[in-house]
Design a protein around this ligand. Structure first.
Ligand code: SAM
Length: 286
């Protein structure tokens, strides 16, 4: 069926796949100093945020991504107080992080202030926690920020970046990871959006494991979960630490969590740690 102009389509030529959403109208478009920012209204998925034509989120399904990038790492850390978010300009990740009462400081560093200003206008449910006194929003290159971060200044680092191209490429590189290792405390953890197990296992995921190990992280695990709007719909988060077993987490705290989620719970956390057979060699290469 030929798609008429009332559809948005994100093709992925290299994988012979595409993702489409039925749209009603374009609500916003601007070219920031870093990327093209667009917002569409869709028929069934709420509003849609694109950066350089790539789906970042829809109002209907962004919860799986924001919850699975925030809660597993925070419930794996024994007592997360100081959290750094690199990227995350739509502020959905910040909102999830601030649900944890142990968090005393959440610093978000996105290179593009315009993403946050557009989110404030079109996705106010995601920016609802921005006025929390624990939140600190900075607009800078995450690579530069981390280079200057004092040693041992964070318990958790969450890299909620665009794909490893353009300004985000450096966030998947060895220098960044070495700076992350230094900026984390001894029981500190980093988690990074690590693309799709079915599309990127032998490329981006394999390289990320090498970069994390090369930076000195002794333990690396990948959790997989659905993100309807991302290429293939099957996404991942790769977590790394300096020694503790990352397959163990504060299960009782997760089961008794005092805040609402739509996807994350202790059983989902445990299940997401299971490595699909074709990923086992990489994912359980502890
Ligand atoms: N969930 C999305 C994904 O997986 O593609 C990411 C969402 S978030 C909007 C991605 C953010 O990364 C953008 O706001 C972009 O400006 C930011 N970003 C890209 N490169 C960056 C860098 N070097 N430092 C800080 N933020 C960066």
């Amino acid at each position: 069926m030929a798609l008429d102009e009332s559809w948005f389509t994100e093709p992925m030529e290299s994988e012979g796949t595409a993702f489409s959403l039925k749209i009603t109208r374009k609500l916003h478009e601007e070219r920031s100093p870093f990327q093209l920012i667009e917002v569409y209204e869709t028929t069934h998925w709420g509003r849609l945020l694109l950066l350089d034509g790539a789906v970042m989120l829809t109002q209907r399904d962004n919860f799986t991504y924001h919850e699975m990038m925030a809660h597993p790492v925070l419930f794996t850390h024994p007592n997360p107080r100081d959290v750094l978010i690199i990227g995350g300009g739509d502020c959905g990740m910040l909102r999830e992080v601030l649900k944890h009462d142990s968090v005393q400081r959440a610093v978000q560093v996105d290179i593009d202030e315009r993403v946050t200003r557009v989110a404030e206008q079109f996705f106010p449910e995601l920016t609802a926690s921005n006025d929390d006194p624990r939140a600190e929003l900075l607009f800078d290159d995450g690579v530069a920020y981390l280079k200057n971060a004092p040693a041992g200044s964070f318990d958790v680092i969450i890299v909620d970046s665009t794909d490893p191209v353009g300004p985000a490429a450096g966030l998947f590189g060895p220098e960044f990871m070495q700076d992350a290792y230094r900026a984390l405390r001894d029981d500190g953890l980093i988690v990074q959006q690590s693309e799709s197990p079915i599309l990127h296992l032998d490329s981006i995921l394999k390289e990320l494991y090498g970069v994390m190990r090369g930076a000195g992280f002794k333990k690396v695990v990948t959790l997989s979960y659905p993100v309807v709007g991302y290429p293939s719909g099957w996404w991942s988060a790769t977590m790394a630490g300096k020694g503790a077993d990352l397959t163990r987490f504060r299960e009782e705290d997760a089961a008794a969590k005092p805040f609402e989620t739509l996807y994350y719970n202790a059983a989902i956390h445990r299940g997401a740690l299971a490595a699909p057979e074709f990923c086992k060699k990489l994912f359980t290469d502890q």
